[in-house]
Design a protein around this ligand. Sequence first.
Ligand SMILES: *Cc1c(COP(=O)(O)O)cnc(C)c1O
Length: 299
Amino acid sequence: MSEVQVPGRVPSPLVEVADERFARRGVRLLLKRDDLIHPDLVGNKWRKLAPSLRAAEGRPLVTFGGAWSNHLRATAAAGRLLGLGTVGIVRGDELAGRERNASLERCAADGMRLCFVDRAAYRRKAEPEVLAELLREAGAPPDAFVVPEGGSNALAVRGCVALGEELRGLADVAAVACGTGGTLAGMAAGLAPGQRALGVAVLKGGFLAEEVRRLQQEGFGVPRGRWEVEDRFHGGGFARVPAGLDAFARDFEERHGLAVERVYVAKLLFALTALVEEGAFAAGTRLAAVVTGRPFPEG
Ligand SMILES: *Cc1c(COP(=O)(O)O)cnc(C)c1O
């Protein structure tokens, strides 16, 4: 079978923006526009899914996510673009009887079959017997290719190596917002020796560094690259957007004409602005912020 071509524009553009908050400290801010890779298969979700789409070789995909999951939407879009069946196992059986939100509506419109499962079972989906039961409940075909929640498998981590490679020679620090940490794990591995990666956790809990180590082990078998994790900027937890953060994002949008996705990208940009203010980067640092996604719904 010939290799599956996943549509998308890489390398993504790297653009410098003039921002006095950074310039004041002698730091150059660059935006790595992964949000422009593909209109429906956006940003790091493209980088993470593309290798699984090739590995699936036409088999249907099954994956997992919450009601607003960017990963679920990207998987559904990939299914439509490549003509693959997709099944989405969604956290929360109480959603089954309700009107679908815009994200799930988009998933369904892209042909994804949605199966709503109770939160207790969802939490235990890594256990083989629970997984088998969930797949049965969802009516997943026996040959289905299972992609974990958030898309972070070994293939995804390796798929993000190119993100680091694209930044070689062009930045000193490459910063990215982290959910599972898969993107950071891969990107760090792709950077050149003098460069370092910085991950900003959007979830509370302080477990991210351990996850990144585990994902590098899974993806490469060894630790790779220089990276660190910043755990202070989750803003109260996943998908929490305090008023101050929202105001920051709106202001950033006005300054730079960039639509700022709130769950991840806003927290990254806010963290970098705060870190620059704290003097975390030496004068002359070229700081690349990865724009991993776009707001959904757009508006
Ligand atoms: C999924 C997602 C992330 C987090 O990626 P991980 O590899 O899970 O850390 C960051 N930004 C956006 C916009 C995302 O959709």
